[in-house]
Design a binder for this molecule. Structure first.
Ligand SMILES: C[S@@+](CC[C@H](N)C(=O)[O-])C[C@H]1O[C@@H](n2cnc3c(N)ncnc32)[C@H](O)[C@@H]1O
Length: 275
């Protein structure tokens, strides 16, 4: 299997393959990947350049099963597989249907909620010095419906082979609000605590559509946090590379990357971003 392009940086490299991920993952060295961070097509009719996002549900789930098997073969025994997936208002089962298919191959170690926007009223927040009024952060996409709430979150399912992979929780930790906790508890040795499984990661505001040349990306911070949470990683993979957000995260963290994408235009954009 010939890479489409290899981009070198520091001590690492990003290797990009213009090919189907199931076939491609089957060809890389078994158990060589420490962390997979990916977001597959959700089968909701997104207008990708090459891929048709409208399979019958059964076929889609069969395909997800094949992807999971291919990921499992490439993943180290103590590796992490972070799968980002969301729903759409009229179909709230997509993410959980996919999770149930993956359950046949993996343990579900954590369920992380990727919060894209949130409203907090001052009255509920209570006495936080930094919250001085009602807050609404992130983009609220208007939903023209009297049935469905604005969808402000997606899932990041954290799958592992046995459910017991050790995580570096403090690598994505946050400072204690009450500093007197430091030292009071045996585990609180530094000003950093577990941030929990709700991660607020907004999209950057863009002025122009061409600033996001792909219809379904995640912010680079999302894979960065997943890789940090996993802890030390030599090789990160994204079977559905898109325009390379996971590749960029791996580069930012000095880790090597391997990715697959069937669309040449998206892959060229990924290569340009990482270069
Ligand atoms: C949700 S997008 C991923 C976007 C990526 N996370 C980013 O931030 O740029 C899914 C991508 O999977 C690609 N794709 C679809 N089928 C594929 C396959 N069989 N193998 C590899 N990539 C595929 C699509 O072209 C699309 O770019």
């Amino acid at each position: 299997m010939e890479p489409y392009r290899v981009v070198r940086y520091g001590k690492g490299a990003a290797t990009f393959y213009l090919q189907d991920c199931v076939a491609g993952l089957g060809e890389i060295k078994e158990k060589s990947v420490d962390v997979v961070v990916t977001s597959p097509p959700y089968n909701i009719g997104v207008g990708y350049s090459s891929y048709r996002d409208t399979l019958p549900r059964e076929k889609y789930l069969e395909w997800m099963q094949q992807v999971a098997a291919a990921v499992k073969g490439a993943l180290a025994d103590d590796g992490s597989f972070f799968l980002n997936i969301g729903n759409r208002p009229k179909d709230q089962w997509i993410a959980w249907d996919v999770a149930l298919v993956l359950r046949r191959q993996f343990a579900l170690q954590n369920v992380i909620h990727w919060v894209k926007s949130i409203a907090i009223s001052k009255a509920d927040a209570g006495n936080y010095p930094s919250i001085t009024g009602d807050v609404a952060v992130g983009h609220f996409k208007p939903v023209v419906s009297n049935r469905f709430l604005n969808d402000c979150h997606e899932y990041i399912f954290h799958f592992t082979k046995a459910g017991d992979a050790k995580m570096d929780k403090l690598a994505v930790g946050i400072p204690y609000q009450d500093k007197s906790n430091i030292g009071r508890w045996k585990t609180a040795k530094q000003d950093r605590r577990d941030r929990g499984n709700t991660w607020f990661i907004p999209y950057k505001t863009i002025q122009n559509k061409k600033d996001r040349p792909h219809p379904a990306t995640f912010p680079v911070k999302l894979p960065e946090m997943c890789i940090r949470l996993h802890g030390s990683a030599k090789l990160v993979a994204d079977p559905f590379t898109g325009i390379g957000s996971t590749a960029l995260a791996a580069k930012n963290l000095g880790t090597s990357f391997v990715g697959f994408e069937i669309d040449r235009g998206y892959l060229d954009e990924a290569i340009a971003r990482v270069s």
